[in-house]
Ligand binder design. Structure first.
Ligand code: ATP
Ligand code: MG
Length: 414
């Protein structure tokens, strides 16, 4: 078996500072969880968490900028430059299921008991997420058999998956995300109980399910996540409106092609991500619109109005899109119907091109046509037309609209 070794120089300096400060004051403290997993597989961790024997109050006293957060289970945000946060929590243990408990299910409602480091490792979700690192000894502490699973590239529940997914069904979504993101397989027993307990996602706090669903879609591996959600039957629970699209091979292939484009080139502004995701995922519902982008303007516009009102609005509402976000999706589609069909690129008025939504709309338009099998040269040419007209448009002068603009000469002789 591989001898795993991590050196403190690979770690985030602020997280090390937090651990060392706690250790200096005779507390046990480790860097824990996802960051250790990511470093072991050669990825840059998104953030670092620290766990310690110190109580929240003790932690807060050791740092200049630290705030205690959480109502039931309190933890501490130690704050560094640029508002960077190292989340620091006291070791805690999993609640025991009391037979006399009033509730006859295993759902965790209360998890505010302090515990030992070992108990803290065992309350975590997957073995690869249960590893601790002690920078002083430079040792990885593995109470949960996580290292062999890192080596075998496996997502496996800590403990009995039958129980762990019932305690917190959101773990089902986390397993999908880690599998897609790290390109790890899901261990057979774990996968089996994800499928068995997937209906329980309906019992979990809707807010958590929604947040975790967006994490799946925005983790940079949306296509793989959606495919895993489909094959485990989770998609049907999360989005019954969407599941039938994936029974149609042609539509499924298009949606996956668009999701891959999104994964490769997500919008810089995260607020646009959800808005761009909607027309991709609901491609089946919006297909009539794309089929008719060659039709006269009024036909396209009426169709968009009908589809927005009858199909898209109700679905987006159920998905938790705010009124503002729904309006932005609609504006985006309004630009799409202006862009029309790439075989007949049209000049778009300056006022439309200057809108902040124009670039994302154009991007979605390209992704969708590419997914529908149009050759990239054609799309590049259509894109050139759009950009050339922008560059060539002298401010304030009205250009003549041409239905089939010709390509301008590459460079004019001087
Ligand atoms: P990433 O931050 O890359 O999404 P992560 O593993 O760090 O992945 P976080 O949500 O930041 O995930 O959680 C930090 C750690 O807390 C996890 O590694 C895991 O040990 C534990 N954890 C998080 N959510 C759960 C849960 N629902 N059940 C049990 N343990 C959890
Ligand atoms: Mg994390």
């Amino acid at each position: 078996m591989t001898e795993f070794h991590l050196s403190p120089s690979q770690m985030d300096q602020d997280a090390l500072f937090v651990v060392r400060q706690l250790q200096r004051h005779r507390h046990t403290a480790y860097i824990v969880g996802g960051s250790i997993r990511d470093l072991l597989v050669g990825r840059t961790p998104k953030d670092y968490d620290v766990s310690t024997s110190a109580t929240p109050r003790e932690i807060r006293r050791l740092f200049n900028y630290a705030r205690v957060i959480g109502r039931r289970f309190k933890l501490v945000h130690v704050v560094f430059k640029n508002n960077k946060v190292i989340e620091t929590s006291t070791f805690r243990k999993a609640p025991e299921h009391d037979e006399a408990d009033e509730a006859d299910d295993l759902l965790i409602r209360d998890d505010n008991l302090y515990g030992t480091p070992e108990e803290d490792a065992f309350r975590r979700d997957f073995t690869i997420n249960g590893l601790f690192y002690d920078p002083r000894s430079e040792r990885i502490i593995d109470f949960v058999h996580g290292l062999p699973d890192v080596e075998a590239r496996l997502i496996r529940c800590i403990g009995d998956p039958d129980i762990r997914f019932q305690e917190d069904p959101v773990r089902i979504l986390r397993a999908l995300r880690f599998s897609a993101k790290l390109d790890f397989s899901i261990e057979a027993g774990t996968r089996r109980f994800m499928e068995v307990h997937r209906e329980q996602l309906k019992l979990a706090a809707p807010r958590r399910v929604r947040d975790e669903t967006w994490k799946l879609l925005l983790c940079g591996h949306a296509s793989a996540c959606v495919e895993l959600a489909r094959s485990t039957g989770v998609l049907e629970i999360l989005a019954p409106e969407l599941a039938p699209s994936f029974d149609d091979e042609r539509i499924a292939a298009r949606i996956h092609a668009m999701l891959r484009s999104f994964d490769d080139d997500p919008p810089e502004d995260p607020r646009l991500s959800t808005v761009l995701m909607a027309p991709i995922l609901f491609h089946a519902q919006l297909e009539p619109l794309w089929d008719r982008l060659q039709d006269p303007w009024k036909v396209r516009n009426d169709l968009l109005e009908d589809l927005s009102r009858d199909v898209l609005e109700p679905v987006l509402l159920r998905f938790g899109f705010s009124k503002f976000e729904r309006a932005v999706v609609r504006d985006l589609l309004q630009i799409i119907i202006r862009l029309g069909h790439p075989e007949h690129p049209v000049t778009v008025p300056d006022r439309v091109r200057e809108r902040p939504l124009f670039a994302p709309a154009h991007r979605l338009w390209e992704w969708t046509w590419a997914a529908r099998g149009l050759p990239s040269e054609l799309l590049d040419h259509a894109g050139d037309v759009i950009h050339q007209t922008r560059a060539a448009a002298p401010a304030g002068r009205r250009r003549r609209r041409r239905r089939h603009p010709r390509r301008a000469p590459e460079a004019s002789p001087s």
